[in-house]
Write a protein that binds this ligand. Structure first.
Ligand code: NCD
Length: 294
C-alpha cells in the first residue's frame, strides 16, 4: 500500500543518492491556483527524485488572469501530453471537474475547504512511524475544522485505518452535523484532549472566512490554543502535529510547536515528500512506457 511504499522512499530521501529513474520520460505538472510552500515543493522534489520532468505553473501569472476558464486551461495542458497533473484550487470540487476533462492522472493538492488527500496520507505515515500503528489510537483534530480540507481528508483516512477521531473547536468553527462523519465532537479543549494519543492543530484560515468567527485572537488562544497546560490532559506520550503554515501564538504556543520530544511538525514535512513519491509511483509507474528501472 501507499504508506509502505512511502516508508521505502523515506530511506531513499535520507541517503546521498536521492534519485531514481522510475519516472524517466514522464511529465508532472504542478498546477497551483493558490499559494503553497510545502505541498508544491514536495511534489516538485518527489517528481524530480523519481526522475520525472516537473513543471510548476504559478497560475496567478498565467492566462487564467486573462479570463481563460479552468476547463480551457485543462484542455491546453492536456494537449501537451502530461502524465500527472497535480492541482490545487480555491474552489471545492474544481479538481474533480478538471480531472474529468483530461487524459492524464490528476492528484488533488487541495481543493477549497473540501479535501487534501496527500496531507492525510503524510499525517498517517508520520503517526504510524512514531506510534507503530494507527488502529486504536485517539486523534484530536483541533481548531478551524470548518475551513479545513486537511481535517476532512484526515477524518476519512483515520476512520478507515481504525483510529478514533475527535473534533475540538468552537461551535462557529465546526461544520454542522459533522458527527455524521463518524467523529466525536467537543467544544471544550480540555475535555477533548483528555487521554488522546495525537493532537493535530489546524491553522485559523482567515482567508476563507467571511465574517467574524472568533471574538479575538487572545480569547481564541486562551480557550483553544495548544499550550503545555492543555497538553497535560493528553496522554503523557501524546504527539503534536500541525500541517503548516502555523500561526504561532494563535492556535499553538511557540514552545509547544518546537518541542523536540513531542512535536512531529518537521517530520510531517519530511514525510510529505516520501508520500508524494509513493503517489506518483503508484499513478505513473505502471504506465506502459515505464522502464521499471530503479
Ligand atoms: C494546508 C492547506 O493548504 O490546506 N497546508 C498544507 O498543505 N501544508 C493547511 C493550511 O493551509 O492551513
Amino acid at each position: 500500500m501507499l504508506l509502505d511504499m512511502a516508508d521505502g522512499y523515506v530511506e531513499q530521501n535520507r541517503s546521498l543518492d536521492k534519485r531514481k529513474n522510475l519516472l524517466r520520460g514522464r511529465t508532472v505538472v504542478n498546477l497551483f491556483f493558490e499559494n503553497s510552500t510545502r505541498t508544491r515543493t514536495s511534489f516538485e522534489l518527489a517528481g524530480k527524485r523519481l526522475g520525472a520532468d516537473v513543471i510548476n505553473m504559478q497560475v496567478s501569472a498565467s492566462s487564467v488572469q486573462k479570463g481563460e476558464t479552468l476547463i480551457d486551461t485543462a484542455m491546453t495542458l492536456n494537449a501537451m501530453h502530461l502524465d500527472v497533473l497535480v492541482v490545487r484550487h480555491p474552489d471545492s470540487g474544481a479538481v474533480k471537474l478538471l480531472s474529468e476533462k483530461v487524459n492524464c492522472a490528476v492528484i488533488n493538492g487541495g481543493d477549497g475547504s473540501h479535501e487534501h488527500p496527500t496531507q492525510a496520507l503524510l499525517d498517517a505515515l508520520t503517526i504510524r512511524r512514531r506510534k507503530g500503528r494507527l488502529s486504536g489510537l485517539t486523534v484530536a483534530i483541533c481548531g478551524d475544522v470548518l475551513h479545513s480540507r486537511v481535517a476532512r481528508s484526515n477524518i476519512h483516512l483515520l476512520n478507515v485505518m481504525g483510529a478514533r477521531v475527535r473534533l475540538v473547536g468552537p461551535r462557529t468553527l465546526l461544520p454542522s452535523q459533522v458527527e455524521r462523519m463518524g467523529v466525536e465532537v467537543f467544544h471544550d479543549m480540555r475535555a477533548g484532549l483528555e487521554d488522546v494519543d495525537v493532537v493535530m492543530m489546524l491553522r485559523i484560515q482567515n482567508e476563507r472566512m467571511r465574517g467574524n468567527f472568533i471574538p479575538s485572537i487572545r480569547e481564541y488562544f486562551h480557550f483553544f490554543g495548544l499550550d503545555y497546560d492543555k497538553l497535560a490532559l493528553a496522554k503523557p506520550d501524546a504527539v503534536i502535529m500541525h500541517p503548516g503554515p502555523m500561526n504561532r501564538g494563535v492556535e499553538i504556543d511557540s514552545d509547544v510547536a518546537d518541542d523536540v520530544e513531542r512535536s512531529l511538525i518537521r517530520e510531517q514535512v519530511e514525510m510529505g515528500v516520501a508520500v508524494r513519491m509513493a503517489c506518483l509511483h503508484a499513478l505513473a509507474g505502471p504506465l506502459p512506457n515505464a522502464d521499471g528501472g530503479a
